[in-house]
Design a protein. Structure first.
Lengths: 82, 213
């Protein structure tokens, strides 16, 4: 096989980005990306999605600064003794 | 069931703690040591529980179960490990146990959230690249909340893989062990979860970009 469709490329996008494809397969993917702006956009948005997920769910500085709610601390310490 | 993951930045304690001394005090049963452990490590561990458990009450319960388990099993702590890593494993396991016991919502299919293709393999709707400055402007609370809401819309079996792998930094093999799946199944679920999240975000980001321009 010397070409891939958009469907095949998107199905194996994670392996491509993780560098897990064999060299000849990787070269076929890169050839497809060189002529398919839609797949390039998909790839960029896929990468942006991963980054956005990480950032959106990262530790909220305010929540961490607030610490563990006192009632929860008290409940845990009481349960330990109980 | 034990996680065997490497340390993760998500649980780095907020300040340098004298871990050996604290562990020794915990092992000696010193009352103040338990409160100190909660004060030093608790906030980031509770944040982990909240990321894994969308319902606040469930997150608090899982966090409490995890801390009590840590107190009880402090004798098993390996001094060669970091306390933060050990505690993170316990919290992740407690959350997974609670998720298994709850199963609040019926499992939905991820298929409708995946990209569609034409018979010839082309994308049914050609992709348009998001503008970086809008897509990644997560300083905006509304964008952050929007992303979190989309993650919460993922089917539970996919959401938890995405949170473990992309947010909590658990690697594929470790996630497979803790979830009772093969590594390949974890990879497939992670890719589909990311694809579905991309599909859910796409119209929202494009409409936001339209409003900004």
């Amino acid at each position: 096989m010397n070409h891939v469709t958009c469907h095949e490329l998107i199905d194996f996008l994670m392996e491509y980005l993780d560098g897990e494809l064999p060299p000849e397969r990787r070269a076929i993917f890169e050839r497809h990306l060189s002529i398919c702006p839609s797949c390039v956009a998909y790839l960029q948005n896929y990468k942006a999605t991963v980054e956005m997920g990480k950032k959106a769910m990262a530790c909220d500085g305010d929540a961490v600064a607030e610490g563990v709610p006192q009632d929860l601390v008290a409940a845990i310490l009481a349960a330990r003794k109980g | 069931m034990l996680l065997t993951m490497e340390s993760t930045q998500a649980t780095a304690p907020p300040r340098e703690a004298n871990e050996s001394a604290l562990v020794a005090r915990l092992r000696a049963g010193e009352n103040g040591a338990y409160a100190e452990l909660l004060a030093v490590y608790g906030p980031r561990l509770l944040a982990t529980a909240r990321r894994m458990m969308p319902v606040e009450e469930d997150a608090r319960e899982a966090f409490q179960d995890a801390m009590l388990s840590a107190f009880k099993n402090i004798s098993r702590f390996d001094e060669n490990s970091k306390v933060s890593t050990w505690l993170h494993r316990i919290v992740v396991n407690a959350c997974l146990m609670k998720l298994r016991s709850k199963r609040r919502r019926p499992e939905t299919s991820i298929e409708p959230m995946l990209p569609a293709f034409l018979a010839d393999g082309h994308q049914a709707t050609p992709s348009v690249e998001w503008r970086n400055e809008t897509a990644l402007s997560l300083e905006r609370r509304e964008t952050r909340d929007l992303v979190r809401a989309c993650i919460d819309r993922l089917p539970e079996n996919y959401r938890i893989v995405l949170v473990l792998r992309d947010i909590e930094g658990v690697d594929t093999d470790e996630a497979a062990t803790v979830l009772g799946m093969t590594a390949n199944a974890v990879k497939t679920r992670l890719h589909r979860a990311r694809q579905a999240l991309r599909e859910l975000l796409d119209p929202l980001i494009r409409s936001q970009q339209g409003a900004d321009s």
